[in-house]
Design a binder for this molecule. Structure first.
Ligand SMILES: Cc1ncc(C[n+]2csc(CCOP(=O)(O)OP(=O)(O)O)c2C)c(N)n1
Ligand SMILES: [Mg+2]
Length: 397
């Protein structure tokens, strides 16, 4: 019996339609109409401006910690652009442009995770998109489950799931890929290879030459795509969606992109990343090349850009206003923690309620130096208190 070499049948292709200078490969051009191209540009612009605004809100303390996505707008928006309204989107936590395009209002995204409001995690009625997912790769299993449902209901719907390069090292990603391959699920796994997982570089994440080839082990086809080219992302996702709809099963798209900013607003990448590495990616970011291309086509002029930008700024400003005017019962988080509220939580609730009354002007501001609520003392305080008690009990000489 000879020892034979088994070559994987699959080969990983790389797709790039619009290069970083804005030059197009005419043979691969999806030939969108001038109107579609303008709308697409405005979508990218909106994504960029929304991100900038969210960073400011976070820096001003108006929302909490926020993960910026500058540089990754095309990799997120492209797949959402390429699917239908009743297809499903399952995001990780950095794909806000995809959610916005698929129907999540911006104010709900502002209120969500970093806004601390429960409603921000509820998909709006009729929007086929899950909320952001904090546990890395957990969303892959949700996506596989939904894709299984889509296959069973036979309506030809597909699921786009997003995952990061770091997320591909998690078990949940592999389990989802396995089940998608075995059952031929209509699932498109979009891997956002932004080269970093917080401070862990892509080179330390896996020894695989590409992330796309991870699909081969599961019998799933894969394509590597220039993720900073919105046209490539649209063409690749359309191809995958058409295949999935007609029963061709899942596909993995590795989007090569780059996280230009910090991991989150509480991160400082200068501590672990050489700024010289970032510079070439600044030249490759998705908006500049698309703008150059549209200008050369005559579809975009300075005045059209200014008009589109003004519309975007106005919309974002009004969405921020809606989010900040949102009022809810701020005591509800206490109600969902335990079936029977423990004493220490009841004490905190009472203290917070007093604070809220004072804030709204109903009662005087409580004097926090003289606590009105008895807290259960921590063990070390019990120890110190008893020691104080003992010492005061010892008669002075
Ligand atoms: C299960 C789990 N482990 C660890 C974390 C902490 N964590 C949050 S984001 C992140 C890195 C994710 O990297 P990647 O998948 O590349 O996504 P990116 O942040 O680049 O978008 C980690 C480790 C988490 N949220 N969930
Ligand atoms: Mg990453």
């Amino acid at each position: 019996m000879p020892r034979t070499r088994i070559v994987p049948a699959e080969q990983i292709e790389h797709l790039s339609i619009l290069d970083e200078h804005g030059r197009i490969d005419a043979g691969l051009d999806p030939r969108l109409s001038p109107h579609e191209l303008q709308r697409l540009y405005q979508g990218l612009l909106m994504a960029r401006r929304f991100d900038e605004r969210m960073i400011k809100l976070s820096r001003q303390g108006r929302i909490g910690n926020y993960p910026p996505y500058r540089g990754q707008e095309a990799a997120a928006l492209g797949p959402a652009w390429a699917i239908e309204r009743d297809d499903w989107l399952v995001p990780s936590f950095r794909e806000l442009p995809a959610l916005i395009h698929h129907g999540w209002p911006m104010h709900r995204l502002i209120l969500g995770w970093w806004g601390g409001h429960e409603i921000g995690a509820q998909p709006p009625e009729g929007v086929c998109a899950l909320p952001l997912c904090g546990p890395v790769a957990g969303q892959c299993l949700h996506a596989a489950g939904i894709a299984w449902g889509c296959k069973l209901d036979g309506r030809g719907r597909v699921v786009v799931c997003f995952i990061g390069d770091g997320g591909t090292s998690e078990g949940d990603f592999h389990e989802a890929m396995n089940i998608a391959g075995v059952f031929g699920l209509p699932m498109i796994m979009v891997v956002q290879n932004n080269h970093w997982a917080i401070s862990m570089p892509r080179s330390r994440q896996t020894a695989s030459q590409t992330l796309a080839q991870k699909a081969i082990a599961y019998g799933i086809d894969a394509l590597q795509v220039d993720g900073n080219d919105i046209l490539s992302m649209i063409v690749a996702t359309r191809e995958a969606a058409e295949r999935a709809r007609s029963g061709g099963g899942p596909m993995l798209i590795e989007a090569i992109t780059y996280r230009l900013g910090p991991h989150s607003t509480s991160d400082d990448p200068k501590k672990y990343r050489n700024p010289a590495e970032v510079e070439p990616w600044e030249q490759r970011e998705p908006l500049i090349r698309f703008r150059r291309y549209l200008e050369a086509l005559g579809v975009l002029t300075d005045s059209v850009h200014q008009m589109l930008d003004a519309q975007v700024e106005e919309l974002i400003a009004s969405e921020v206003q809606i989010a900040e005017a949102y009022r809810t019962d701020e005591l509800t988080p206490f109600d969902h923690c335990f079936e029977k509220m423990p004493n220490h939580l009841a004490a905190q609730r009472a203290e917070f309620e007093a604070y809220l009354r004072a804030r709204s002007g109903e009662t005087p501001v409580p004097d926090r130096s003289r606590a009105t609520v008895e807290h259960r003392p921590a063990p070390d305080r019990i120890h110190r208190m008893s020691a104080d008690h003992l010492s005061s009990a010892i008669p002075a000489h």
